[in-house]
Design a protein around this ligand. Structure first.
Ligand code: GLV
Length: 355
């Protein structure tokens, strides 16, 4: 029976973050429902700073990845059988994509399943920072009712939002803020005016976006092109009343420059879900600022989103088992390589064998 099922191992950060929850409560129902074809095992618990060990993937057809690293030596050591890496999320910056390709491993992710949840998370951070919700909560608990004037909020109505990296998430965020009658600006290096207009935004140079936006929202992935995109010079362009939100990746912003500007109150505040180094430690200077709202890379992590992401990976894996392809391939070029084809064809044949 096991022989005819796809052998999948899930990265150790699943068990690490599962706590007392069951896999079903964490959204693994779709795997349970497909257990006649998909055989899922969890690798031993480990934090997101760890890499998936090659030995843990030995003999597996598929790695299901949450947020650990995936490095070349581990890919190589498992490459005899490993044909697929399903990234249960969107970012692939912790995965050695080239090593996947070199070893005939198809990497795919689930961007569509994250779009709405992450855009809503960005909106939550926009509200939290502009209405100073965390400070207001603290004042109320401490009985400092009369200090509330020092934390007066700012409106979103009629303001300008600037999206850095207007992909799926940025586009959805523009849709979400439409009732606030916001003007939307967008920047990415190759964004055309027509493409921006399709998303309801105006394509502008990065400096213009930084200068004119009341809410700058970073949604872009981490690539060599986006690393350090917002440095001290760009941050200095922000209006004193502007807010900066980051739901993309921490290293897109120079965090030292950001902390310095926030400490000097050169702009109004930041809502951050991602950081240059994760996890953020309690002694990090960013934790001492009172004009930031911080989230542990979890603002989009809802039960519904996890369920939808995992259901998407199941759909994709079953499609592959039936000879098809997943929705969102990161290294599609690998599909036509003999190494991938050999493993995929053997897997499909094995899964089709009459029992
Ligand atoms: C979340 O940050 C993801 O990349 O899936």
């Amino acid at each position: 029976m096991t022989e005819r099922r796809m052998r999948i191992v899930a990265s150790g950060d699943y068990l690490h973050t599962m706590g007392r929850e069951t896999p079903e409560a964490m959204g693994f129902g779709a795997y349970a429902a497909a257990s006649d074809r998909l055989d899922l095992d969890f690798l031993p618990a480990g934090p997101q700073t760890a890499a998936v060990p090659g030995a843990g993937m030995a003999g597996a057809d598929t790695l299901l990845m949450l947020g650990q690293y995936l490095r070349r030596p581990d890919i190589e050591s498992a490459a005899a059988t490993l044909a697929l890496v399903a990234r249960a999320g969107v970012g692939v910056d912790k995965i050695d994509i080239e090593a996947c390709t070199d070893n005939g491993v198809l990497l795919f992710n689930a961007p569509d399943a994250l779009t709405e949840g992450t855009a809503a998370g960005a909106l939550a951070l926009m509200f939290a920072v502009s209405r100073q919700l965390v400070a207001m909560d603290r004042l109320t608990r401490e009985g400092r009712w009369d200090d509330r004037a020092a934390h007066r909020g700012r409106e979103m109505y009629g303001k300008t939002i600037g999206i850095v990296g207007p992909g799926r998430i940025g586009g959805e965020l523009i849709r979400l803020v439409a009732p606030f009658r916001m003007r939307a600006l967008a920047y990415s290096p190759r964004l055309t005016p027509a493409r921006a207009a399709e998303k309801g935004a105006e394509a502008v140079p990065l400096d213009t976006l930084m200068r004119e936006s009341d809410f700058v929202v970073v949604c872009c992935p981490l690539t060599e092109e986006t690393r350090g995109l917002l440095g001290g010079r760009e941050i200095a362009l922000l209006k004193p009343t502007a807010f900066l939100v980051n739901v993309g990746r921490g290293p897109v912003i120079d965090q030292d420059a950001l902390v310095e500007a926030l400490a000097a109150r050169r702009f109004a505040g930041a809502g951050l879900d991602v950081f240059s180094t994760q996890p953020v430690t309690a002694d990090d200077p960013i934790t001492r600022l009172d004009n930031v709202v911080l989230c542990p890379h979890a603002v989009c992590d809802t039960y519904e989103l996890r369920r939808d992401v995992l259901a998407t990976t199941v759909k994709d894996l079953l499609a592959i088992a039936d000879g098809g392809l997943p929705h969102a391939m990161v290294n599609p070029g690998v599909v036509d390589t003999p190494r991938f084809r050999g493993k995929r064809d053997a897997l499909v044949a094995r899964m089709r064998r009459p029992g």
